[in-house]
Design a protein around this ligand. Structure first.
Ligand SMILES: [Zn+2]
Length: 335
């Protein structure tokens, strides 16, 4: 009886907001609301500034400083320091304050997800971090690179030379790295990897008792990989969705923003199907990793795990879907 009553109500109710024509501003608001547990994603929804490619400076800044770009002062070493941390029984943070490397522990060894900016960082944070956490970097079997930007692959060479992991990237992003000219370049970044294992959408990686699902979610790069992986809080199992590339730093390209939005929508649906209740990023500012790690340390026995956000984890992907689409609509002047 209750079910019938509910479906009658839904028939009588006005069309859901999605179906109605929405202004880009309203769509961005909707996204912000869905993703309100992740304030680090909010700037994806900012329609007040034009989208720029990375490294591009706003016209006003150029007017102030003339056409010459001032070199950025080197940041002091401790500005990037973050402590390695065990986040779940089988998931470890070994990143800096700006980029994350996640490590999945399995019964047959370690899977490293992203290699940070350069060999100095991968040696210090990934190798050093694992050692601090009493894990043996010799157990690294796979290095998954989420996308073809140097802040995620730049530290690969040290890991590859030292531990010989299989290096995994999507076919599309291997091809990106093989182009003679890269869209982005930063002198801090180490060398790109040599082509190794190529992943197609929906492929899985199994090591020992653990299977990771990998999806090609184009937008941030043509072959950004996003992952769904099981994580354990004590004996309690959860599913985590790791969004592989967040920033809209490819300029005001409406088609690409629409592709990004579609990828986020599809990945959200896959995540919902998998029962995802944890949202992860490869930048700690995006998923609030460092705050969550601090809260995890303070957690009382039996308390809520700060990375486990239930439905809110899917809300993060809804934010990305809605806000990338809002940006595209703003550029196209629709609806
Ligand atoms: Zn990137």
């Amino acid at each position: 009886m209750k079910k019938i009553a509910l479906s009658l109500i839904s028939l009588l109710a006005p069309l859901p907001a999605m179906a109605a024509a929405q202004t880009p501003e309203a769509l961005a608001q909707q996204g912000m609301k869905a993703g309100d547990a992740y304030p680090g994603l909010a700037n994806v929804c900012d329609l007040s500034k034009p989208l720029m490619t990375a490294g591009q400076r706003p016209a006003s800044a150029e007017r102030t400083n003339g056409s010459q770009q001032r070199p950025r002062p080197e940041r002091p070493e401790n500005a990037s320091t973050a402590e390695p941390a065990k986040v779940f029984e089988n998931l470890y943070f070994v990143g800096t304050r700006s980029v994350t490397s996640w490590v999945v522990k399995t019964s047959e060894g370690l899977i490293v997800i992203d290699a940070l900016n350069n060999d100095r960082e991968s040696k210090s944070y990934i190798e050093g971090g694992l050692q601090k956490l009493r894990l043996d970097p010799k157990d690294i079997k796979y290095l998954i690179i989420t996308h073809a930007h140097g802040d995620h692959y730049g530290g690969q060479q040290y890991l590859v030379d030292t531990y010989k992991p299989k290096v995994i990237m999507s076919e599309q992003d291997w091809q990106e790295l093989e182009k003679p000219d890269q869209q982005f370049f930063n002198p801090r970044w180490g060398k790109p990897p040599v082509r190794d294992v190529s992943i197609k959408d929906g492929d899985t990686i199994t090591l020992g008792d653990t299977t990771l699902k990998l999806y090609v979610t184009p937008g941030h790069t043509p072959g950004t990989l996003s992952l769904i992986l099981p994580v354990m809080d004590g004996a309690e199992k959860h599913e985590a969705a790791l969004w592989g590339g967040t920033g809209l730093n490819f300029g005001p390209n409406a088609a690409r923003l629409e592709e990004y939005s579609q990828s986020a929508k599809r990945f959200r649906d896959l995540a919902a199907e998998a029962g995802v209740d944890v949202f992860l990023s490869n930048h700690p500012t995006r998923d609030g990793a460092l705050d969550n790690i601090a809260r995890l340390k303070e957690r009382a026995a039996g308390g809520q795990h700060p990375f486990v956000t239930g439905e809110k984890a899917l809300g993060a992907l809804e934010l990305l879907e809605d806000c990338a689409l809002a940006q595209a609509q703003k550029i196209r002047g629709t609806p």
